[in-house]
Design a protein around this ligand. Structure first.
Ligand code: IMP
Ligand code: MG
Length: 177
């Protein structure tokens, strides 16, 4: 891609790769939940908005969508402390939950979500993550994973750097300065 924004070093996952993998993930989920139970997808804002929107359009099983917004302290790094900025609207007891996350870096966020949501007694709890960085992260289970990428800061397809580059249709590595 020669019209890359000057902030960006290279494309890490192309639009075509994302689109075909998202459909595969939706097909896998559809095949795994065939007992007629409604799925409850929990999208984590802001990063997962595009992934969730594309994923749900390929799902062939009954599902509900809700969102949570979390905050960690650094805006452009992923840092330890996580807190809930916006919670789910309804109780999720006895629901079949799937956490839909953009990226797992250290694993702190997903680990926190697992603990919080498990405590609300869902019928089941799974996670669907578009990208995981190849680094030492917490041993947090990911049931549906799109891509493993190198340990670099990436933007696009929901992912941002200080709220920039979030709406690119592909995932690209940010240049280091
Ligand atoms: P973790 O808690 O360290 O796994 O980080 C997860 C959160 O940090 C993600 O949900 C993102 O919001 C953010 N994050 C981590 N790495 C990146 C990245 O490369 N680009 C954009 N956001 C990232
Ligand atoms: Mg996130």
């Amino acid at each position: 891609m020669n019209d890359l924004h000057p902030d960006l070093a290279q494309v890490v996952v192309s639009t075509e790769q994302i689109q075909s993998r998202v459909k595969e993930l939706a097909d896998q989920i559809s095949a795994d939940f065939t007992n007629g139970e409604n799925l409850y997808l929990v999208g984590i804002l802001k990063g997962a908005f595009m992934f969730l929107a594309d994923l749900t359009r390929h799902l062939k099983v009954s599902h509900t969508v809700d969102f949570m917004a979390l905050s960690s302290y650094g805006k452009t790094t992923s840092s330890g402390a996580v807190r809930i900025l916006m919670d789910l609207r309804e109780p999720i007891e006895n629901e079949h939950l799937i956490i839909v996350e953009d990226i797992v870096d250290s694993g702190q966020t997903l680990d926190y979500l697992h603990r919080v949501l498990k405590g609300r007694n869902p019928a089941s709890l799974h996670s669907c993550v578009l990208v995981r960085k190849q680094r030492d992260n917490l041993d947090v289970p990911i049931d549906y994973l799109g891509f493993e990428i190198p340990d670099v800061w990436v933007v696009g397809y929901g992912l941002d750097f200080a709220d920039k580059h979030r709406t690119l249709p592909y995932i690209a590595e940010l240049k280091r300065d």
